[in-house]
Design a protein around this ligand. Structure first.
Ligand SMILES: C[S@@+](CC[C@H](N)C(=O)[O-])C[C@H]1O[C@@H](n2cnc3c(N)ncnc32)[C@H](O)[C@@H]1O
Length: 196
């Protein structure tokens, strides 16, 4: 999906760069990373370039084919992240990322629980989310048939704490919705799994 990579550039979405910058002090070469909704691989390419071994899943074979063609992933699987369990062994990964994906899920708690199963203690889960004011509804229709879900800090933090994660970094992001730079508020979070 060459068009996808070009569109991301034109829209100026910086999610992957911001999340890598926030995460880099917690990861090291040789560790394993799972990218949930890896798409064409933009979200984990920087981790790969830092020496991590990247696995990914996505529910689109077209996106996975584009990622496969880049040749950097250690393993790619078609999988819907709303279906549990994910097809990996417990504790197989050191870290997880999910960028530009979780706003498609109404309920993120089962995903956070599953990430807690997949990664080792002291690993990080770094992700982007669409943000909202406490007074705003979660559901937002961007255009016909394109519904997204926004999650405020309390929802994120409560779910992370429930599965023994603590937020170590966060940063505001702008999620562009057109080439003019109009966007909606988003957040990048890095959460560390407690050593237990
Ligand atoms: C906006 S793209 C982001 C891709 C990549 N993470 C990046 O940062 O470039 C969203 C990706 O999530 C995938 N996706 C959406 N819903 C999914 C689901 N339920 N399970 C797995 N993948 C999903 C899409 O196929 C797409 O590749």
């Amino acid at each position: 999906m060459k068009n996808y990579d070009e569109q991301i550039k034109q829209y100026g979405w910086k999610g992957a760069e911001v999340i890598f910058d926030l995460s880099k002090e917690y990861v090291k070469a040789g560790e394993r990373l799972i990218d949930l909704g890896i798409g064409t691989g933009l979200s984990s390419k920087l981790f790969h370039e830092s020496g991590l071994a990247v696995w990914g899943c996505d529910n689109s074979e077209i996106m996975l084919d584009a990622c496969r063609a880049k040749g950097f992933a250690s393993g790619l699987k078609q999988h819907d992240i709303e279906k549990f369990p994910y097809p990996y062994d417990s504790g197989f990964f050191n870290h997880a990322v999910s960028i530009g994906v979780l706003h498609l899920l109404e309920d993120i708690s089962a995903t956070i629980a599953e990430v807690a199963r997949l990664i080792k203690p002291d690993g990080i889960f770094a992700f982007s989310i669409m943000d909202r004011e406490d007074s705003e509804n979660s559901e937002l229709i961007l255009k016909l048939n394109h519904k997204i879900y926004r999650h405020n800090f309390k929802q994120i933090n409560d779910n992370l704490k429930r599965y023994d994660f603590g937020i170590v970094k966060s940063q505001e992001l702008n999620m562009p919705i057109n080439k003019k730079g109009d966007g909606i508020p988003a957040m990048a979070y890095v959460a560390k799994k407690n050593a237990g």
